[in-house]
Design a protein around this ligand. Structure first.
Ligand code: 13P
Length: 247
């Protein structure tokens, strides 16, 4: 299994930020892990052009569940593929919150992604209130089983465990808490997909930065990271890529 360092720029970045891609490629031309950045949709085609022939992969942050049609403002999985994306983040907690995305919708979007031959990065994770109520594993299990698409396998599905309370807050779960959820997700993936479930990458996301990346990557069943803020700067994301390559 090749580990995955993925960056999510969210609604940040302009064409000037593409200079960070060049810097990242220059400092990490051939990392031992996969290296992926998901800029806003407006930058995908430029980013693909900027990174052609390099180890830096480009993905999207969302897609519509339908292949085409009257859905003003939306983008289909096939359009992302056509723009040169190879991956798409789906079911991020910000989309679940801001756009009322349910497991059923996330699953439909993930199925659209697979139909367009994109790798789906399906996000899940508990709120602080859910953790405090002892609901973390039950919630993550229901999000996992409710969101993973038909036809999923270790080549086309990545899971990102992102506790909502750790996103953009500088707070992270303890290494034991991360290990508990990842081990649980691994077991549930094997239940859902059989032996191939062992090969599905499970990323940790939420306040990953150069100073905590190595210890998080040493946790069993952490197969990479989904990085927000620290993915905007080549030096920070490069340090995370280096930590994952060394793990
Ligand atoms: P931060 O790394 O900024 O906490 O964001 C994590 C995230 O939401 C990645 O999808």
């Amino acid at each position: 299994m090749k580990k995955l360092a993925a960056g999510n720029w969210k609604m940040n970045g302009s064409s000037a930020a593409l200079a960070e891609l060049s810097a990242l490629i220059a400092t990490h031309p051939a990392p031992a892990c996969e290296m992926l950045l998901c800029p806003p949709a407006t930058l995908i085609a430029q980013a693909v052009y900027h990174t052609r022939g390099t180890a830096l992969l480009i993905g999207g942050q969302d897609c519509h569940a339908k292949a085409s049609g009257a859905h003003t403002g939306d983008i289909s999985a096939a359009m992302l593929k056509d723009a040169g994306a190879g991956h798409v983040i789906l079911g991020h907690s910000e989309r679940r919150a801001d756009h009322s995305e349910t497991n059923v919708l996330v699953k439909a979007k993930a199925e659209a992604a697979l139909a367009a031959e994109l790798t789906a990065i399906v996000c899940l994770g508990e709120t602080e209130a859910q953790r405090d109520a002892g609901e973390t594993l039950a919630l993550c299990g229901s999000q996992l089983h409710g969101s993973i698409p038909a036809g999923a396998n270790s080549a086309n599905l990545v899971i990102a465990y992102e506790p909502v309370w750790a996103i953009g807050t500088g707070r992270t779960p303890t290494l034991e808490q991360i290990g508990e959820v990842h081990a649980f997700l691994r077991a549930e993936l094997v239940k859902a997909l059989g032996e191939d479930g062992h090969g599905v990458r499970i990323l940790y996301g939420g306040s990953v930065k150069p100073s905590n990346a190595a210890e998080i990557f040493a946790v069993k069943d952490v197969d990479g990271a989904l990085v927000g803020g620290a993915s905007m700067k080549a030096t920070d994301f490069g340090a995370i890529v280096a930590a994952l390559s060394a793990a």
